[in-house]
Each structure stands twice: as structure tokens, then as C-alpha cells.
Write a protein that binds this ligand. Structure first.
Ligand code: ADP
Length: 492
């Protein structure tokens, strides 16, 4: 018998399952994709049933591959989703993803109002359109019938959990990314609920992240072809799970991810507040906070750079990335003073400016398309360094960054990041760190000892390059400060 635990990461573009044995070794994985729709500017929606289907497919395909049911299944999940549902958990509208910005002006109103900072300190979530708090207010102000008819406002994780157990339950971690949960009292926040115009009865029952259940409903048991003894652990949000899964629990380490977007996160016993940069504070468990900042403009901008500044259109995916990266090898550190602000999709931390935009500055005739590519990568790394320095000023110094995400496939990009930040980088976990973190929560719940992560590879910074990048970073900051008003003028 092959005893294993299944970690399921419900992401924005796909759901991924990773099967790990009790020694911590991955023994199988599966992944199923689903579409995202943008029906109007600022809207980003998904169909909850398509995500549920991917979830079911992940489980059945793993069981088919391995030939056994897992001992337990545990969850990691994308944050800030919102689905208004009726009593039977039937969606009354499509799901809004984290990237749905339709409530932008509501967020602005709350942020600049009298209660903005108090609310941020109580609930830990940046006051931003991504927050379910702002999304609920948008529904109340714009589709009142739907708002009035909603029995509960839930996330995609609660939707899937309800399919399994016919119960409305949510873990502290996903709740802490809603903007409605008091991260100090560990309860729904009365003020935030008042502001949303709802009562806490319209939200799910709160449980800790190691909460365990078995005996799934008959329909799900049959559809998933599971052993009836399989246990389910509710787990946490993807950011919190990723810190756990990449060993970023110790003081002095931070997790840094560049996937489609990007983030820097540390783990601590207290929240880290910074109202201007609105660091987030999400709960991994009852006393552990994962704090940090997320950027919009990560790998998605690199993808744009490759499409725009190379003629790699004939190639796809990895091939296009690799040959684009080959071209920048001979370009000097600092791209011969070509500076790039990567804010193509507006930006979250630390500038929180939806009207910011992308900029190439100081273009000279000597600059080639390869300079634009290198300056592009440097700009993405400066944006993350900006978040890192903000976190460092409010916490202890960070010595090591545990890195993950698609960019780790590129040694040159990874070295640029090491040189810009001046930190040692460590690749701790190549499998999906969020799914692994969910598995560790299941191991804790089941009292199985958590295996030690192996450090796969370390990358040291070149401190001479770091000195040079420090000067360029000052220019990067100055450039945004000086251009901000003009960006707002053109994007008003
Ligand atoms: P997500 O999980 O957010 O969907 P990934 O972690 O898979 O994203 O990262 C995708 C990004 O990683 C791409 O947009 C691209 O910028 C970058 N990427 C993927 N493959 C490579 C590669 N071989 N070299 C450099 N960057 C890559």
C-alpha cells in the first residue's frame, strides 16, 4: 500500500494536486486548467463549477495514476475570491477573482476615509478592490437585488468544501484575506461587516487551518471514487501555504515568488503594519502571521517583453523565454542606464497606484532590443526590491530569500535578482510550494512528523553589482515619484 497525502492548490489559472508520501517525497501530480473571462474593463470572472470540475479531475486522475486513495487531502487556495450563493450554495453570479477591480472607487473611498487605517489594522488585508469587503459593497451599490437575495458570501474554497460536506466553513487563513475578519480577535469583524451591510451570519463558520473532517457526502464520495476513510484538512491560503512549504518560517528569511504576478512574504508572531505601503497580514494558523506585499507586474511583464522586443513569435513558451534570455547575456549590469518602470498593469505594493504605467527612460541610439529585455527584467526585480525594503524597515533584517515561481527556470534572471537585492537566494522546493504547505498542515493535523526540506540550490549575490544596482534603484524610485502626476493625468 502506498500511503500518501494529497495537497491541492486551487489557483487562478489551474488547480494542481501534488501527492507526497510520509517521507516528503512527491509521487505524482496532476493539473487541470480553466478559463478566466473579462466581460468588461475591470471585471475578472470565473465559473465556480469549472473550478470544481478541475478539482474533481485532479483527485480522480491521481487516484488512477497511483492506484490508491490518499490518506488525507488538504487545501491551498487563491485568495480574495467572492461568490454570492443561495441556501443550497448555488452561485447567484459568476465568481469575482482577486484581479477583479470593479470596486476600485469603493476601496479608494474607504482607504481615504476616517476609518481606513483602523480597518486595515483590525483586518490586515490591504484596502483595495481585490478585497471581498469592497466587492460586497460594490454588489450592494450596483446589483441590489442580487445583494439582498444572497444567503452567504463565500470564497471558491468554501464552495468546494460545501460540495464535500454540505457545510459552510472557512479557515482563518482564507478568512484573513477577506477584509472582513479581525486578525487579532480571530472572529468576523463587526465594523467591517457593518460597512459591508451584512451580518456575520452571511459568512461561513470559522475554523483553524488544521481543521479535519471525514465522511464526505455520498454524491462526492461516488464522483471522486474515494476511500470513505479519506480525511480532509481545510488548510490555508496559497500565500501562507507557500511560506510553510518553502521553509520560510524562520526569522531572517523571506519567500519571494515571481510567477504571473510576484510577492515577498515573511512569517512572524505579530502582524507588520505599514498603512502607506499597506503590507498584508494573513494568518497561517492561530498565532502565525504571513506578512508582506504583492505586485501585479511579475512574469506577465516578461511575457510581454518577449512578445514585443523579440521576434520569437514563432516559438512558444519555454523556447521563446530561453532564446530571449540568451540575447541579454552580453548586456552590462544596469542595461547601459536604460531604466524601466514595469507598472503595465497598474501596481499594488508598495505604491498602490492603479493609474501607474510602464515607462522606458533614457533611451539612446546605442540601446538594442536586448537592452530593453534586460532593463525589463531589472525593472521587475527593482519593484520587488521596493517591497522587500518596505518589509525590512518594519521588521527584522532579511538575510535569505527562498525563491519560487516560473522565473527560477532562468539562471540569469535569478542572478539579477540576487545582485539587485544583495541577498542569498535559496531554491528550497521545486514542486508547488503551496500544495506542499497544505500537505504539511495535514501532517500536523494527523500528528505525522513533517519531513525536513532539502535545500536544492543557493545563489550568492555579486556585491560589486549590488553597489551599482543600489544607485540605479535610487533612479528607479525617483523616476516614479517624478512621473506619478503625469501618469495620473494621462490615465484619468
Ligand atoms: P503562475 O503560477 O502564476 O501561473 P508560474 O509560476 O508558472 O506562474 O510563472 C509563469 C511566469 O514565469 C511566466 O510568465 C514567465 O515570465 C516566467 N517563466 C516561465 N518559464 C520561464 C523560463 N524558462 N525562463 C524564464 N522565465 C520563465
Amino acid at each position: 500500500m502506498r500511503a500518501y497525502i494529497l495537497g491541492i492548490d486551487i489557483g487562478t489559472g489551474s488547480t494542481k494536486a501534488v501527492a507526497v508520501n510520509f517521507e516528503g517525497k512527491p509521487i505524482g501530480e496532476s493539473q487541470f486548467y480553466y478559463p478566466i473571462s473579462n466581460p468588461k474593463p475591470g471585471y475578472q470572472e470565473q465559473n465556480p463549477f469549472q473550478i470544481l470540475e478541475a478539482f474533481k479531475n485532479c483527485i480522480t486522475s491521481i487516484i488512477n495514476k497511483i492506484g490508491e486513495s490518499p490518506i488525507a487531502i488538504s487545501f491551498s487556495c487563491a485568495m480574495h475570491t467572492l461568490i454570492p450563493v443561495d441556501k443550497d450554495c448555488w452561485p447567484l453570479a459568476e465568481m469575482m477573482t482577486w484581479a477583479d477591480y470593479r470596486s476600485e472607487s469603493i476601496a479608494e473611498r474607504i482607504r481615504t476615509g476616517n476609518e481606513g487605517e483602523l480597518l486595515y489594522r483590525a483586518c490586515g488585508t490591504p484596502i483595495h478592490a481585490m478585497s471581498p469587503l469592497c466587492k460586497i459593497i460594490w454588489l450592494r451599490e450596483n446589483i441590489h437585488d442580487l445583494f439582498v437575495n444572497t444567503y452567504k458570501f463565500i470564497s471558491i474554497k468554501e464552495f468546494i468544501w460545501h460540495y464535500l460536506f454540505n457545510e459552510f466553513e472557512v479557515d482563518y487563513s482564507i478568512a484573513s484575506s477577506s477584509g472582513l475578519f479581525n486578525i487579532l480577535d480571530l472572529n468576523w469583524d463587526t465594523k467591517a461587516c457593518e460597512l459591508a451591510g451584512i451580518t456575520s451570519n452571511q459568512l461561513s463558520n470559522l475554523v483553524k487551518t488544521t481543521y479535519l473532517r471525514d465522511k464526505i457526502v455520498h454524491k462526492a464520495l461516488n464522483e471522486l471514487n474515494l476511500n470513505p476513510n479519506t480525511k480532509f484538512v481545510i488548510g490555508a491560503s496559497d500565500g501562507c501555504c507557500a511560506n510553510l512549504g518553502s521553509d520560510t518560517i524562520l526569522a531572517g528569511t523571506a519567500a519571494l515568488t515571481i510567477g504571473t504576478s510576484g510577492a515577498v512574504r515573511i512569517t512572524g508572531k505579530k502582524p507588520i503594519y505599514n498603512f502607506n505601503s499597506m503590507t498584508f497580514n494573513y494568518l497561517l494558523n492561530n498565532q502565525t502571521y504571513v506578512s508582506g506585499g504583492a505586485i501585479n507586474n511579475g512574469g506577465i511583464v516578461f511575457k510581454w517583453l518577449v512578445n514585443t522586443f523579440t521576434n520569437e513569435n514563432t516559438k512558444t513558451g519555454e523556447d521563446a523565454y530561453n532564446s530571449a534570455l540568451n540575447q541579454i547575456k552580453n548586456i552590462a549590469v544596469g542595461s547601459d542606464d536604460l531604466v524601466f518602470l514595469p507598472y503595465l498593469y497598474g501596481e499594488r505594493a508598495p505604491i498602490w497606484d492603479t493609474k501607474s504605467c510602464g515607462v522606458f527612460f533614457n533611451i539612446k541610439p546605442s540601446h538594442t532590443s536586448a537592452h530593453f529585455l534586460r532593463a525589463g527584467l531589472e525593472g521587475i526585480c527593482y519593484a520587488l526590491f521596493d517591497v522587500l525594503t518596505t518589509i525590512e524597515t518594519s521588521s527584522a533584517p532579511i538575510k535569505q530569500l527562498n525563491i519560487s515561481g516560473g522565473f527560477i527556470n532562468s539562471p540569469i534572471w535569478v542572478q539579477i535578482l540576487a545582485d539587485i537585492t544583495g541577498k542569498r537566494l535559496s531554491i528550497v522546493q521545486t514542486e508547488d510550494a503551496s500544495a506542499i504547505g497544505a500537505i504539511y498542515l495535514a501532517m500536523e493535523a494527523l500528528d505525522i512528523s513533517i519531513p525536513k526540506n532539502e535545500n536544492l540550490e543557493s545563489i550568492e549575490p555579486d556585491m560589486n553589482n549590488h553597489q551599482q544596482y543600489n544607485q540605479a534603484f535610487k533612479l528607479f524610485k525617483l523616476l516614479y515619484t517624478n512621473l506619478k502626476d503625469t501618469m495620473h493625468l494621462i490615465n484619468r
